[in-house]
Write a protein that binds this ligand. Structure first.
Ligand SMILES: [Cu+2]
Length: 316
């Protein structure tokens, strides 16, 4: 038996950070603007503007690279601002888990058992307490029933708020396209003028995008060689960070950190919005110090997916 009383503070919190059951996998994805054949307004927009060294170049869309488009979508952009790489901005929390969290989740004991078993990302059902016990979850499409073991698996499928890839190597002069696949994201450099530690090369200013609407895009051209750490302002507390390494060939620049403000968050608040379910996703600090995002690994291994960062965290 689970409480039916909806915790309104959690719902309000979910809405304020861009997550709602309807937008996170319960049959509907957030309404991405589909590029219309022959409509190249993003490209036309870009043509009349340059990429600003602080504010980049934003477009509300339609973004020709939105969704599952392949790399040929870059050709929809005119040459002066044509992207060389793409980074997608995502929220990956199974809708059913969110809906269960909105209902109040399980008892503390059941939740703790699930968290313990799910922590390494590999659920062995027989290790759970009462794995076959069921829960009824209310969704916009009606009630569904799931077992404790199935819920534990949903916890492992939760990789949260993230950039993909989370580690990217580019050459000086390359343009990166940031595509918002889900709502409420932005891209900001860890910079003293954002009240943060400086984690960009010395000559680089307080780079920031606007909040990018779903289906829209933001372009940024990287200049100075070095390591650039970025965060998503509303989701930094959930571990949404990424690293771009800018260098020629295989050279590996090192990260320069100055204590000019707040460091990357050491804790993640993901369990707070999931009724205590803890998918063991790294905090911003843990992600930016994880081996897969070491500048050398990013240069050697090419784009590093967020899933790789999460898997490494769950198994170390
Ligand atoms: Cu975000």
């Amino acid at each position: 038996m689970i409480p039916t009383d909806l915790p309104t503070t959690r719902r309000r919190l979910l809405r304020s950070i861009g997550v709602g059951a309807a937008g996170a996998g319960l049959g509907t994805t957030a309404g991405a603007a589909e590029p219309v054949a022959g409509d190249n307004s993003a490209a036309q927009n870009s043509q009349s503007n340059a990429i600003d060294p602080i504010f980049g170049l934003a477009s509300a869309g339609p973004n020709p690279c939105s969704g599952d488009a392949d790399a040929s979508c870059f050709e929809s952009f005119p040459e002066p601002v044509r992207p060389d790489h793409e980074v997608e901005l995502h929220i990956e929390i199974p809708g059913l888990l969110l809906a269960l969290a909105e209902q109040g989740g399980f008892s503390d004991t059941t939740t703790a058992t699930i968290n313990m078993e799910a922590a390494d990302g590999d659920v062995v059902a027989r290790n759970l307490h009462r794995p076959d016990a069921t829960v009824e979850i209310q969704t916009p499409d009606g009630a569904v029933t799931r077992t404790v073991a199935e819920i534990a698996t949903l916890v492992t499928e939760t990789i949260g708020f993230h950039y993909d890839p989370a580690g990217l190597h580019v050459s000086p002069g390359d343009v990166v396209l940031f595509s918002a696949e889900t709502p409420d994201h932005a891209v900001a450099a860890y910079h003293e003028r954002h009240g943060r530690q400086n984690r960009v090369p010395d000559s680089v200013g307080p780079i920031t995008s606007p909040q990018i609407p779903v289906g829209g895009s933001w372009l940024y051209r990287f200049g100075a060689e070095g390591v650039y750490d970025f965060y998503c302002p509303p989701h930094q507390v959930f571990g949404m960070v990424m690293r771009v390494v800018v260098s020629d060939g295989d050279s590996v620049p090192s990260l320069s950190v100055e204590n000019t403000g707040r460091p990357p968050a050491e804790e993640t608040f993901l369990p707070e919005i999931l009724a205590g379910f803890d998918p063991n996703v790294p905090s911003s600090h843990e992600a930016l110090t994880a081996a897969p995002l070491d500048p050398e690994a990013i240069v050697e291994d090419g784009p590093v997916s967020w899933e790789t960062v999460v898997e490494h965290h769950r198994n170390s």
